[in-house]
Design a protein around this ligand. Structure first.
Ligand code: GTR
Length: 327
């Protein structure tokens, strides 16, 4: 009889542990504008798996891609108020909120990919991530995103070819100035609207990296991709400070660690994706004007005022110098 009772109590305890465990397990929701199989989404999913392992299944991540939760601007606002736990966006979405996030979008600031990696996965990247804190966000990690280039119905080989064109830009003052400086007319809009903008002729041109050009099928209406490579801004993964402050220090450390672990995983995927997308757009009828045929000096010259306009405090100037001085 006594044994039966013990069994009974044991079963209740086990059920309780299972139930309590289930009740406290949670999925952090993370938004992205890209499709499920895009490297950013795969990396955040991987980050979630690492986090789940580290917390014994207590904390997990669920990714919502395809702009399902809104544009980058909308989702950043949701993260700010704690309605959304995480977001992966281009650093451009934070230009108006975290001034340091503008620095890697300064045109031609990076000499090449190696220079980008040394700084953005190094001390300068850490400084940028730390700056999210005072704006009420937790910057977890940066991911590279290749180089952004112009695409239209015609080749863009020198800054003179930009004159009078209606060019889609991300929703950031820096991006507006960057395109204005070329003599073109900038139209800020969310990523999800660019396809229609190009199709209907509202836009003459847009600019992005090859994987986004491919994924969003922008090459259908803007088939000439000119490798201007004007900006190499990173992607950023951000956690809501409102939610963060409700977590234990152990959970916070596990989230930071899992995010860092997702970076090398991402880099491998990104590398493969760039190659795959280049082949896909060529197959889809796009023509690529190689970087060797672009008059980069004309763009560099035109973009000089943008550096002064946005790197406009001693701290931001110092960050620029650190990046530029990194060999
Ligand atoms: C992509 C980036 C997105 C988004 C998009 C855009 O390269 O991955 O986060 O910023 O560009 O141009 O809106």
């Amino acid at each position: 009889m006594k044994l039966k009772r013990q069994h009974f109590l044991g079963a209740i305890a086990a059920a309780c542990i299972a139930l309590c465990g289930a009740a406290s397990a949670r999925d952090f929701r993370s938004a992205d504008v890209h499709a499920k199989d895009y490297p950013t989404n795969m990396a955040v999913k991987y980050m979630g798996e690492q986090l789940s392992k580290a917390t014994g299944g207590k904390d997990n991540v669920k990714v919502f891609g395809d702009s399902a939760l809104g544009s980058e601007k909308d989702t950043v606002e949701q993260v700010k108020i704690g309605a959304l736990d995480m977001v992966r966006v281009s650093t451009a979405a934070f230009h108006g909120i975290v001034p340091e996030s503008m620095i890697p979008s300064l045109p031609f600031i990076f000499r090449d990919l190696d220079h980008f990696r040394k700084t953005m996965y190094g001390p300068e990247g850490d400084k940028i991530l730390a700056a999210f804190d005072k704006a009420g966000f937790v910057g977890l990690c940066l991911y590279e995103s290749g180089a952004r280039s112009m695409y239209a119905k015609k080749p863009i080989k020198s800054v003179a070819d930009m004159k009078g064109m209606k060019v889609r830009v991300q929703q950031s003052d820096l991006w507006v100035s960057l395109v204005k400086a070329t003599g073109a007319s900038p139209t800020p809009m969310p990523f999800a609207e660019v396809y229609t903008g190009l199709k209907t002729g509202l836009l003459d041109a847009a600019e992005n990296n090859i994987p986004s050009y491919d994924e969003a099928k922008h090459y259908e209406s803007a088939p000439i991709f000119s490798e201007t490579m004007h900006v190499m801004s990173p992607e950023v993964l951000v956690f809501s400070k409102k939610v963060w402050d409700t977590l234990t220090p152990q959970e916070q450390a596990a989230i930071r660690k899992a995010a860092k672990e997702s970076v090398p995983y991402y880099v491998k995927l990104w590398d493969a994706k760039e190659k795959e997308s280049k082949a896909a757009v060529l197959k889809g009828g796009a023509k690529i004007i190689p970087t060797s045929e672009i008059n980069h000096a004309s763009f560099v010259q035109a973009e000089k005022p943008v550096w002064d306009q946005f790197a406009n405090t001693p701290e931001l100037k110092q960050l620029v110098q650190e990046i530029v001085n990194t060999k």
